[in-house]
Design a protein around this ligand. Structure first.
Ligand code: PLP
Length: 376
């Protein structure tokens, strides 16, 4: 029997009647685009995270593009981000014409290193060819970056902060929740994320009313949010969330906390069972994880993935190529060796199966197989 890496089917089976009912309600009222469920979801998400304004949108990627567009970022603007993330983080920056400037990561949390951030801001300032404008920290694998330090660096240099929380919706951080830790937060509801819908979806979180209005206009072709909707005010996108996805998310948000608890139980059991040769995740003081991934580091990763595959245990590698070494960003001129921590971790990281419905016996089997592989 293969152990699934994630198990969306188990979740659906438990909540089938509520989810089916929510989908059918949309089919019955027929407002497939911007139906009433979208505003209901936005207000539930705002309450959950503790921010004033939420915009549901078409994907996590568009949730990053919209705030960058709304701030008018353009050619010549530098946005500081991590190279150890999913491609979309840096892609959004380039898509609007700005330049991603990479900053190495912390070896424990795999998130943006605030000390290297200071260094890279100084480099850009002294070089003079780009204007430092914004920081896009990424909350990787379910754990928020060090926003206390990052926000103070941002204040000092007057930089705008966009939180890429696609993997960490609501992760606990010093009494607050991820998505609400910076000027603007973005998340993804891609099915495999901790809170996923049944297609593509995302959301943007902010307390800034002006920014919210601008993003709301850009979400629908730059349309006027007050006057004549056919007199478009600016160039925007079609970045709306489908009503059906909103209806599904309203239901799934209701049991999100319970699922995070279950994910925490899985992580705890992994932590007790895995042997010393395995580097397990580090959760900083006063923080928590929503366990988008349970990622470990081992010396011989190729052997581990092979050994686990031979007993039908799937693994995944997030991420084998740091973004500064990806083909699409060759033009930025980065070299191997530029981000030693990211590059080293990219060679040793591997993610084990993680979902709320992983059974104790399965976790024991996985841990036993891992321990055996790393100690032979
Ligand atoms: C998934 C992800 C995104 C993009 O989200 P989509 O909904 O797939 O567009 C952006 N950033 C990070 C870190 C992600 O993991």
């Amino acid at each position: 029997m293969t152990i699934p890496f994630i198990n969306l089917g188990a979740q659906y089976n438990i909540h089938k009647s509520a989810i089916d009912h929510a989908i059918h309600a949309v089919l019955d009222h027929g407002q497939y685009i911007m139906g009433p469920e979208v505003a209901i979801l936005e207000s539930a998400l705002a309450d959950y995270i503790g921010v004033k304004h939420v915009l549901a949108c078409s994907s996590g990627t568009d949730a990053l593009v919209l705030p960058l567009m709304a701030r008018g970022l353009t050619k010549g603007d530098a946005v500081f981000t991590t190279p150890f993330t999913f491609f979309a983080s840096a892609e959004a920056i380039s898509l609007i014409g700005a330049t991603p400037v990479f900053v190495d990561i912390d070896p424990e949390t795999y998130n943006l290193d605030p000390i290297d951030l200071e260094r890279k801001i100084s480099d850009v300032k002294s070089h003079g060819s780009l204007r430092p404008k914004a920081i896009m920290p990424v909350n990787l694998f379910g754990i928020a970056a060090d926003f206390n330090k990052i926000n103070s660096v941002a204040d000092k240099h007057q930089l705008f902060v966009i939180e890429d929380s696609a993997q960490s919706f609501g992760a606990p951080f010093h009494g607050k929740k991820a998505c609400g830790l910076a000027h603007v937060g973005a998340t993804s509801f891609y099915p495999a994320k901790p809170l996923g819908c049944y297609g593509d979806g995302g959301a943007i979180f902010t307390n800034d009313e002006e920014l919210y209005k601008m993003m709301k206009s850009l979400r629908v072709h730059g349309q006027s949010t007050e006057g004549d909707k056919y007199d478009n005010k600016r160039i925007g996108l079609n970045a709306r969330m489908d009503t059906i996805q909103a209806a599904i998310l309203i239901e799934k948000l209701k049991f999100y906390d319970m699922e995070i608890q279950l994910r925490n139980n899985v992580a705890k059991q992994y932590g007790t069972l895995l042997c010393e040769q395995v580097k397990t995740p580090t959760i900083p003081h006063n923080q928590g994880s929503v366990w988008a991934q349970y990622s470990i580091q081992v010396k011989n990763r190729a052997r581990l993935t092979r050994d686990l595959a031979s007993v039908n245990i799937p693994t995944a590698i997030f991420y084998p190529i740091p973004i500064h070494l990806s083909t699409a960003f060759q033009h930025l001129g980065y070299q191997k060796g530029d981000f030693p921590v990211s590059e080293k971790i990219a060679n040793h990281i591997v993610s084990l199966p993680m979902h709320p419905y992983l059974e104790s016996r399965q976790i024991e089997d996985i841990a036993r197989a891992v321990n055996q592989s790393v100690s032979t």
